[in-house]
Design a protein around this ligand. Structure first.
Ligand SMILES: O=C(O)CCC(=O)C(=O)O
Length: 328
């Protein structure tokens, strides 16, 4: 079988290296003095567990502005070229279409992923690059941060067990992390996110037949093979399965190799509104992923960057009024 069997050690984020010295890093780097969490504690926890929860850092006002924009998309899909994916199930080919090709009723259904709504919504951009998330990511990458891709959910995803790096790839695949931002307190019956603490360093990378990255064309193993492998590995390694029951205002940040998925929804009427954001570092993603090599148009905030989607420039910041009211 071809392809790499692990991340390239030369380009691993410093904190993922064997000899990472967190106290030394904090002594030698200029970091924000007004962080609302203890960065040293969070970095130590991250190194060990592959995730952190930052408690009550995101203003409810900003979350509400973002969700009002999402509701505008849902109620008026004909105005939007947003990419909306509606799956019949996780393993059938994805049905990705522009919002205007779906109806409100379809977007309000289950198995719906609204992709990259931050293109249209300024409030979503501000949430994506919220200062206390970006400061943590800057520390783990030791680099400026790029917001790479985002997903908006009304219901639980029920997504099978996976890690993100085989799918969400930048030039340096280990330079990847994600944030899970609840729009409401997470209810146990809503199909909460689950994850296995420590799996980012204990589970050996899966070989899709063409290496560790999934390719619809070249992989001989399927996403379901991958899910089975991960479930078995986590069981054999006795890794603790944890369920994410965080509250509006909190945020979970997780490592590119943390094994996670969406639980089964026990109450079909229970929403699980959330904004899921994927990030990379500036050196790993110097362009928009849909236009590698081309000079991107940039939106900058809190030292983080988002690139304008070159496929739909006419849609950029279509919804900006609500976002403009947020001054944080
Ligand atoms: O929110 C979820 O249920 C799944 C999100 C996820 O796994 C991902 O975006 O990688």
């Amino acid at each position: 079988m071809n392809g790499p069997r692990d991340f390239d050690t030369e380009t691993l984020p410093w904190i993922d290296r064997e000899n990472a010295d967190i106290s030394e890093f904090l002594k030698t780097h200029q970091l924000r003095a007004d962080l609302p969490y203890n960065l040293e504690e969070k970095l130590n926890f991250w190194k060990e567990n592959g995730y952190v929860v930052l408690e009550q850092v995101i203003p409810h006002e900003l979350i509400d502005l973002y969700w009002s924009d999402v509701m505008e998309l849902i109620n008026n899909p004909s105005k939007f070229k947003t990419y909306v994916q509606i799956d019949r199930d996780e393993f059938k080919p994805k049905l990705m279409r522009h919002a205007y090709e779906w109806t409100t009723g379809q977007i309000l259904g289950k198995m719906v992923k609204i992709n990259d709504f931050h293109n249209q919504s300024l409030a979503a951009k501000k949430l994506f690059l919220y200062k206390d998330i970006i400061s943590f990511l800057e520390a783990i990458f030791n680099s400026p941060v790029v917001g790479m891709q985002s997903l908006s959910f009304l219901y639980g995803s029920q997504q099978p067990t996976h890690a993100d790096y085989p799918w969400v790839t930048a030039k340096i695949p280990s330079n990847l992390a994600a944030a899970w931002i609840p729009v409401e307190d997470v209810h146990i019956n809503s199909g909460p996110l689950y994850y296995f603490a420590g799996s980012h360093k204990k589970v050996k990378k899966f070989n899709f037949g063409n290496g560790i990255f999934y390719s619809g064309q070249y992989s001989t193993k399927t996403p379901l093979d991958y899910a089975r492998y991960l479930d078995n590995q986590c069981k054999e390694l006795n890794l603790e399965k944890q369920t994410l029951l965080i509250k509006k205002g909190d945020v979970l940040i997780w490592h590119s190799a943390l094994v996670h998925g969406g639980s089964i929804i026990n109450d079909p009427n229970q929403t699980r509104k959330s904004f899921v954001c994927h990030y990379s570092s500036a050196q790993a993603l110097p362009f928009h992923r849909e236009a590698p090599g081309a000079e991107p148009k940039k939106f900058k905030l809190n030292n983080g960057t988002i690139y304008e989607d070159p496929r739909i420039p006419d849609q950029e910041n279509l919804l900006k009024e609500r976002g403009e009211t947020f001054k944080g």
